[in-house]
Design a protein around this ligand. Structure first.
Ligand code: HEM
Ligand code: HEM
Length: 190
């Protein structure tokens, strides 16, 4: 057995949750974009004979995206739990991995990429929770703004990792490592 059931469960739950997190950001930046919807609402309401200010239109646009953005927080908690789950796995999981030294240069690079990804989700969870609970934690406004900026920067790393990883494993499975993807499904060595 290469990957234990508990590790495979972690992998697929984590994949699902990260994709949902990216989905909420996608919706926030496109269909539920605050600026665009505020303009749209202002124009449409004006056509109907109701002139409203851009400030009021922005309040409406924010209200429209609010329920969707709740999912960023709910699945944010899920991600934080998965990070803890992954840390526990370091100690109790016995999935079989080759030692770092025995790997080819390419596979070493892949391992390093996974480590960077782990660093990124730890940071996203800690910073996300800090932003969400800034009042309870009495974090100053200035600091929250800085944390938000960093949260948005590290987001880009995750955005790059996901398609790179999926393309990487599909290419590897189709060429030199037939069955790599099924290994992450059934756990058996190729
Ligand atoms: C949906 C398509 C996906 C497939 C087919 C897939 C498949 C795989 C496979 C086969 C491996 C083992 C690769 C190896 O031995 O080098 C792996 C590892 C990994 N995957 Fe995915 N994956 C997918 C999506 C994701 C997503 C969306 C994420 C996170 C956002 C993710 C995170 C990881 C991580 C962190 C590892 C390294 C695990 C470790 O060894 O510590 N995967 N994946
Ligand atoms: C893969 C993980 C995550 C990604 C990719 C991600 C991405 C983002 C992005 C891009 C933003 C900026 C949105 C904008 O202003 O346009 C954001 C904001 C935010 N995120 Fe995350 N995030 C992740 C994890 C988390 C977690 C674990 C939490 C904790 C519950 C969280 C809570 C927040 C909060 C509270 C904001 C501020 C929203 C606002 O300014 O109104 N995020 N996130």
């Amino acid at each position: 057995m290469k990957y234990t059931l508990k590790f495979r469960l972690w992998h697929w739950l984590n994949a699902l949750v990260v994709l949902i997190m990216l989905g909420t950001v996608f919706l926030r930046e496109t269909f539920l974009n605050k600026k665009e919807n505020a303009q749209l609402l202002m124009t449409k309401l004006s056509d109907m004979g109701n002139d409203i200010t851009i400030e009021d239109a922005t309040i409406l646009a924010k209200a429209l995206r609010e329920n969707m953005w709740q999912w960023h927080i709910i699945f944010g908690y899920a991600l934080a739990f998965l990070v803890v789950y992954r840390i526990i796995l370091i100690f109790i999981d016995n999935s079989q991995r080759e030692s770092f030294g025995s790997l080819t240069l390419h596979k070493k690079a892949v391992r390093v990429l996974y480590c960077l990804f782990y660093g990124a989700i730890v940071f996203m969870s800690v910073s996300g929770l800090a932003i969400h609970f800034h009042e309870v934690l009495s974090i100053t406004k200035e600091l929250v703004e800085n944390i938000k900026e960093m949260h948005e920067s590290i987001y880009v790393a995750i955005l790059v990792f996901v398609p790179l990883h999926i393309a990487g494993v599909v290419i590897a499975d189709a060429t030199e490592e037939n069955g790599l993807i099924s290994t992450m499904i059934n756990g058996k060595k190729v």
